[in-house]
Design a protein around this ligand. Structure first.
Ligand code: 13P
Length: 646
């Protein structure tokens, strides 16, 4: 599922409906903790800075479908207006209806209208269509930044985007998806999950899903007792899920089979009751009349050892009875360890209310890589599930990449005009990454105009060395400094006019990616190779030579362009079916070298005499994920026409 981000479009002054999670604690009309308001500020500012007014909607508490002044959004609006000094925050004590519509439509750039609690209406939690349609009338563009409610299909998270024909994620949701997506599916190793909390049942699905990817699974909290009981050892009066003892045993066996280092606590802090005096005992000596309320200091040291050697750590759930001193000690210590591990280079992701509180109180919140704002939603993602609300803004397929390769053509003014036209033509609205590859001499002067137009810049070629005596060449660092994010490697004109071999192309691709650029690897057969029936051999070899042994590549920084040499600049091109067949072949080859998951996510684009007349057919093929356009990109009109055929 690919969900577009608000970053991908220009809102262009149109009103944005922003569904945020502003469910903050309020006491006597005063906001007690503003962190959720702060968390949505990046999105709010991103939209306001573009000149779009915002209708801001959230739920607050559990008013059960009827107005209840205890849960009014008024204090939230007040707090927001204190924080957002440079913009004007308005509040209306209604959620829908003609007065709200009039106010929403009358908003000026720089204004935010906070509407009343969504859950004052029974239609919100029921995802009622009429209620959703009334909300949809308030704005032109839908943005969901309410990560904490993305696992629910309510009117504001499902019905409204459905009624508005889709929408975008806010920056907070984007960040959460990134954390639970790439970092967990492609973790830096060793990968450690630390689970806590009372119940095995809450975490079984997560553990089952991540187990095959794990190096270490650390179990703390009361759920550890259910595991210990599965080994036939008594745990006194500690909390045990009797009906999950078998499951715990199965997890232990599965971990052993998968070679995962499963670590259970070796000591516990026990007592006769949560307010009784604490004693620390070994894991297999819990007195009959006592319960364990926290893991002990030796266990913390054991966990520290593993955590400090980990590349990626996901932590969910407290180690003990966090609400009661002194049984909060291990959880607090773990929070500090997570901070230290992050400083030592680990990627750390913390989720769940108590773990988050511990990290905050231990002063480690700023240190961890990602502190999730949604407990339920983050567990869904860790189980490998999609978030139902996001299904309503998802778009099919990979995000296309549309490149304009100007080769040795163009002037500075021509490039500035082109970028201006891309901005006026709203090139970003076609939902593609648009990249301009101008001659080297123009790049430096285009950064600001490209930024305004939402167009990325790329170098047409690259040298593999960072610097030195290489007359005529340009290094990856130089491209980065000039404002490039992309580069081409192995264009057929480099291969055939300048004699670049597969080995040279491989070095260039590797060096550019290692330097932090995103690379487009060009491959393609000549007419003679095609006529002698060697297309697959030639292209397969080019792909293999460039990608075999490559490091640091992922589907976000690598694109392959199939550019049959006989089609480039000749007016001839592959039929849509021929292009599709070759792209499937290339995807298979990539799968063999870099794995099937990688291959499914990598964009394979087509180049060679693409024009507004033929682009529709080529781009409609399922494995054609964009185009690299030469001649027809020199005029902005024809390039915009090609974009429009996406
Ligand atoms: P043309 O679109 O001019 O055929 O060029 C294609 C190309 O080489 C893009 O890199």
């Amino acid at each position: 599922m690919r969900v577009p981000s608000i970053r991908e479009i220009r809102t262009g002054g149109r009103t944005v409906f922003l569904r945020a999670d502003l469910n903050v604690p309020v006491e006597n009309g005063v906001v007690m903790d503003e962190s959720r308001i702060i968390a949505t500020l990046p999105t709010l500012r991103h939209v306001l800075d573009q000149g779009s007014p915002v209708v801001l909607a959230s739920h607050l508490g559990r008013p059960r479908g009827a107005p209840d002044q205890k849960y009014t959004m008024a204090p939230v609006a007040e707090k927001l207006s204190e924080i957002l000094e440079d913009y004007e925050v308005l509040f209306i004590d209604r959620t829908i209806g003609p007065r709200v519509e009039a106010m929403a439509m009358g908003l000026c750039p720089g204004q935010v209208l906070v509407i009343e609690n969504l859950r004052f209406h029974p239609g919100e939690e029921k995802n009622d269509r009429e209620f959703a349609l009334d909300l949809a009338k308030l704005a032109h563009i839908y943005v969901n930044d309410a990560f904490g409610t993305c696992h629910r299909e309510h009117a504001s998270t499902a019905g409204v985007p459905a009624a508005m024909g889709g929408g975008y994620t806010g920056l907070l949701v984007e960040k959460e998806l990134e954390a639970f997506g790439r970092m967990v599916t492609h973790p830096r190793k060793p990968f450690t999950v630390l689970m806590g909390g009372a119940k095995v049942s809450d975490k079984v699905a997560v553990i089952a899903h991540v187990l095959p990817k794990l190096d270490n699974l650390l179990i703390g909290g009361a759920m550890a007792f259910t595991f210990i009981r599965s080994r036939g050892v008594a745990t006194g009066r500690s909390l045990v899920e009797e009906d999950r003892i078998e499951t715990a045993g199965e997890i232990m066996r599965a971990a052993e089979k998968a070679g995962v280092n499963l670590v259970l606590p070796v000591d516990f802090v026990c007592s006769q009751s949560p307010d009784g005096p604490p004693v620390t005992v070994p894991w297999n000596r819990i007195p009959e009349d006592m319960a364990g309320y926290d893991i002990g200091p030796e266990s913390v040291e054991l966990f520290r050892d593993v955590l400090m050697k980990s590349g990626t750590i996901v932590w969910n759930g407290p180690m003990g009875l966090f609400e009661v001193e002194p049984f909060d000690a291990a959880t607090r210590e773990i929070a500090l360890i997570l901070g230290d591990a992050t400083s030592g280079g680990a990627i750390t992701i913390v989720g769940g209310g108590d773990s988050l509180r511990a990290v905050t109180e231990a002063g480690a919140l700023e240190k961890v890589t990602h502190a999730s704002t949604g407990g339920g939603a983050s567990l869904e993602l860790l189980q490998g599930n999609e978030l139902p609300a996001l299904g309503h803004i998802a778009v099919k397929g990979l995000r296309p990449l549309m490149g304009a390769n100007w080769k040795m053509n163009g002037t500075r003014q021509g490039a500035l005009d082109f970028l201006d036209d891309m901005m006026l033509g709203n090139s970003m609205h076609f939902g593609a990454d648009v990249v301009l590859f101008p001659p080297f001499t123009l790049i430096g002067g285009l950064s600001a105009a490209a930024e305004d137009a939402g167009v990325r810049l790329g170098g047409q070629d690259i040298h593999w060395e960072p610097g030195g005596a290489f007359t005529g060449e340009v290094s990856p660092g130089m491209l980065l400094e000039a404002g490039c994010s992309w580069f081409l490697a192995g264009h057929s004109e480099r291969r055939h006019i300048f004699g670049e071999t597969d080995a040279v192309v491989a070095r260039k691709l590797q060096a550019g990616i290692a330097a932090g650029l995103k690379g487009i690897l060009c491959v393609g057969e000549t007419l003679a190779q095609r006529e002698s029936g060697n297309t697959a051999i030639v292209v397969g070899k080019q792909v293999e030579a460039a990608l075999h042994g490559i490091s640091g590549a992922d589907p976000s920084n690598l694109v392959v362009a199939y550019e049959p040499v006989w089609a480039i600049g000749t007016g001839k091109n592959a039929t849509p079916e021929e292009a599709q067949k070759m792209h499937v072949f290339i995807r298979e080859r990539i799968g063999v070298i870099l794995g099937k998951d990688f291959a499914e996510e990598v964009r394979i684009i087509y180049g060679g005499s693409v024009t507004p007349g033929n682009s529709g057919g080529i781009l409609s093929q399922p494995d054609v994920n964009g185009a690299l356009v030469g001649g027809a990109s020199l005029g902005s009109e024809s390039f915009l026409d090609i974009l429009a055929s996406l």
